[in-house]
Design a protein around this ligand. Structure first.
Ligand SMILES: Cc1ncc(COP(=O)(O)O)c(C=O)c1O
Length: 425
């Protein structure tokens, strides 16, 4: 499609957009009395208006039923978390039995490493990407140390080539070959938080597994954003947070995927707790841990119902719309944003260098723009003028036009604010 950087054209695209009405089902912050243009759904997704109903339902049941709510609430609390498994399975391409929701992301990754990082004297190395999200770096460093492995000897980073922003698949595969029989685990971000690059998870998973390694993915930036097929890709484990594209609220619970082939595997270590115990026998207060034979067998504690409520509300919207429609709009609106940036750069004889890959299959909603020259001043200008973006050192703004709630008119208006910024900064 040939794009035009005009208000009329943007409005036409909105008229053709089957998801246009979904903007109305989210709450937007206001700046200068106007709803913002929100480009930070890759950091914290907007609040679905129905979230408050789901939370109020729990509050009401708690007020009226107290402890009886465990079994007699509108949505009984003792197995509330199970309601999230089927809709989430569709979002990440899994069987419902392979999904559980609990704790928070980094906590879950530690718990999953308890099960899936099983170093031996000869096979103990872990491959991850250079400049992984800091929490993943601390996760690996501290987890390995906690099981007596020297992180500086065991962690192998796949590097970007000099002058390049993104990882090359061939370099990931070559690193797997180099580490060879010493490779215990490949653990990477499915989408890099800084560049927005989507890694070819299917290929990397198959290649590393063929060498005898386990493969796990941090899907913080991928869940609810790109097409995932975790079961078919034979991924061993994965986890994601729910506060970015999943729109479940700040610091909310994390989803986990554990491939079904492990559900009854008693050779795996686990950190157990009563919510992972045989569901029918949980309240018999038995002495011996008998884990549920699906991903819920990794649960530990009473689920946080007040957190799960907005997550369930958000999943209702994913159920209604489906990933296919979200992805179709995502590709078009992201391409429109790239076009508007390029058009303005041409008009102004400047550069907005997009470091995110250009091919739709190698990126999700996010475009990371390297700002030559204008840097922090431009970021501050945008924020003051109602465009919420985020800043990453040394000189990058990340823009995520989330298909649920970004309109084409937003993109056009953002472009006009960008033009105005060059006159005022
Ligand atoms: C890629 C990635 N991994 C891990 C985390 C950490 O998540 P949490 O603080 O929920 O453990 C984040 C948070 O933004 C992230 O973007």
């Amino acid at each position: 499609m040939t794009f035009e950087n005009t208000l009329h054209f943007a409005k036409q695209l909105d008229l053709q957009d089957p998801l246009a009405n979904y903007k109305e089902v989210f709450n937007f912050p206001k700046v200068n009395g106007k709803s913002v243009i929100y480009f930070t759904g890759n950091s914290l997704g907007l609040q679905p208006k129905i979230a408050v109903d789901y939370v109020n339902e729990v509050m009401k049941d708690w007020a009226e039923l107290a402890v009886e709510g465990h079994f007699y609430a509108h949505k009984p609390w003792w197995d509330y978390h199970e309601r999230l498994c089927t809709p989430l399975a569709k979002v990440v391409g899994a069987l419902p039995s392979e999904i559980t929701v609990m704790n928070t992301l980094t906590v879950n990754l530690h718990l999953l490493l308890v099960s899936f990082y099983k170093p031996t004297t000869t096979r103990y190395k872990v491959i991850c990407e250079e400049k992984a999200f800091p929490s993943d770096q601390y996760l690996l460093q501290t987890h390995l140390a906690s099981v007596g492995i020297n992180p500086s000897k065991a962690i192998v980073e796949v590097k970007r080539r000099p002058g390049e922003h993104n990882l090359r698949l061939e370099d990931v595969l070559a690193t797997i070959d180099e580490v060879g029989d010493e490779l215990a685990l490949v653990f990477m971000g499915g989408i890099n938080y800084y560049t927005g690059q989507v890694l070819p998870m299917k290929e990397i998973t198959a290649y590393a597994q063929a060498k005898g390694a386990i493969v796990g993915w941090d899907l913080a930036h991928a869940a609810g954003n790109i097409a995932l097929d975790l079961h078919e890709w034979n991924v061993d484990f994965a986890a994601w947070c729910s506060y970015k594209y999943m729109n479940a609220g700040p610091g909310n619970a994390s989803g986990c995927f554990i491939h079904e082939r492990y559900h009854s595997d008693t050779s795996l270590n686990r950190i157990g707790g009563w919510w992972g115990h045989n569901k029918e026998r949980r309240f018999l207060m038995e002495q011996t841990f008998d884990p549920i034979t699906n991903a819920n067998g990794w649960q530990i504690s009473n689920p946080p119902i007040l957190s799960l409520a907005p997550y369930l509300a958000s999943l209702q919207l994913f159920e209604e719309v489906g990933m296919e429609a979200l992805i179709a709009k995502r590709d078009r609106i992201t391409a429109y944003l790239a076009f508007v940036l390029a058009d303005i750069a041409k008009q102004e004889n400047t550069t907005y260098e997009i470091i995110t890959p250009e091919q739709p299959e190698e990126r999700g909603s996010q475009l990371s723009v390297f700002l030559h020259g204008k840097g922090k001043n431009l970021f501050n200008y945008l924020m003051k003028n109602g465009v919420i973006v985020d800043w990453r050192e040394p000189n990058v703004v990340r823009l995520a036009p989330v298909p649920f709630y970004t309109s084409y008119e937003d993109i056009y208006n953002f472009g006009q604010i960008l033009i105005q910024s060059s006159k005022e900064i």
